[in-house]
Design a protein around this ligand. Structure first.
Ligand SMILES: Nc1nc2c(ncn2[C@@H]2O[C@H](COP(=O)(O)OP(=O)(O)OP(=O)(O)O)[C@@H](O)[C@H]2O)c(=O)[nH]1
Ligand SMILES: [Mg+2]
Length: 311
């Protein structure tokens, strides 16, 4: 039996659906998804099996024009993910691309289209051929996509094109089959039944950050992080998890707490429900909100998630 194994990096503008696609290909939730741009902050691996091939997907942070330290580190790590991979998939949100071409387009769509161009330029410079995957084709007429595909394909950086919906699964099986074929021959890199590889403490922090973003994404545009400060397996088989939610300003604390602490309670409940499922045991979750103006400039935070601090 010839086994294959390798890395497939998913790159793209923020919000293209990279994490949704990663979870879909893996068949389990390994990385968090929200409607907010810049949800993914560091490369997250997920392991998918297809026949005798093991595809280690690398979900990366969105690529955009970075200003702050965290942004720069995120973008650098995304390109780094592509550099190290056997195959790279450039995921493009067709809905945003088409909307950006309309008169009076929303600034978010225009920004997304500009980020796609930045990525195309980056790929030209790197000289490597990548797979183009147009995402979010649900609800878009096929004819409208063809001109778009042609325009992108003419850039000369793509080897092939797939049209998919990471959300409803259309086209994803074909992409998966192709990725499996492209993996180099070699022994599997992970046990066959493993899907995620983030340490439990980090994954638990990510799940809480997802709930936080889902709940307060409008009021708290950017400035929050979650850290697991304690993770104890107890004799009764349960796990006790303590986490700190960091915000940058005192004025943001009441946003996370909500009236009578209702918002924080909701975040805790939702996160706990998912953690119980994930760890398959009872979970006691304690959340604390902390104000730290400089959490995004702390060296430890970067090292913990494998990002470069000095960028
Ligand atoms: N309609 C539609 N929505 C999608 C599809 N794939 C993802 N989405 C939505 O797009 C939003 C962003 O999805 P993510 O998977 O978090 O996107 P991402 O590229 O990982 O985003 P960042 O980590 O912020 O760069 C979420 O609201 C998803 O539900 C799709 O195929 N169709
Ligand atoms: Mg993501």
């Amino acid at each position: 039996m010839t086994t294959r194994a390798g890395f497939a990096a998913i790159i793209g503008a923020p919000n293209a659906g990279k994490s949704t696609l990663t979870n879909r290909l893996v068949g389990a939730k390994v990385t968090i998804v929200t409607q907010k741009v810049q949800t993914t902050r560091f490369p997250v691996r997920g392991v998918a099996m297809e026949g005798e091939s093991q595809i280690v997907l690398v979900d990366t942070p969105g690529i955009f024009s970075p200003r702050r330290r965290l942004d720069r580190a995120m973008v650098r790590s995304a390109w780094g993910g592509a550099d190290e991979a056997d195959v790279t998939v450039h995921l493009v949100d067709v809905q945003a691309e088409l909307a950006a071409a309309e008169p009076g387009a929303k600034s978010a769509d225009k920004r997304s289209a500009a980020d796609v161009q930045t990525i195309v330029e980056g790929l030209k410079t790197s000289g490597k051929k990548v797979i183009l995957a147009l995402n979010k084709i649900d609800g878009v007429k096929r004819e409208r996509m063809l001109a778009l595909v042609q325009g992108l394909y003419d850039a000369g950086v793509y080897s092939e094109v797939f049209m998919i919906s990471a959300a409803d699964g259309q086209g994803v099986d074909d992409l998966k089959t192709r990725l499996a074929e492209l993996m180099p021959e070699g022994p599997w890199l992970y046990p066959e039944d493993q899907t995620a590889d983030l340490p439990a403490r980090l994954l638990a922090a990510e799940i809480t950050r997802e709930k936080l973003f889902l709940r307060v994404h409008e009021e708290l545009p950017y400035a929050a992080a979650v850290e697991t400060t304690a993770f104890q397996e107890r004799k009764d088989g349960s796990v006790r998890i303590e986490q700190s939610i960091y915000v940058e300003r005192e004025s943001q604390r009441p946003i996370v707490l909500g009236k009578n602490g209702q918002t924080l309670k909701w975040i805790g409940q939702k996160s706990r429900e998912e953690l119980i499922e994930l760890f398959d045991r009872p979970v006691h979750l304690f959340l604390h909100v902390k104000v730290d103006e400089r959490w995004a400039d702390k060296r430890e935070f970067y090292g913990d998630v494998g990002l470069d601090f000095d960028v």
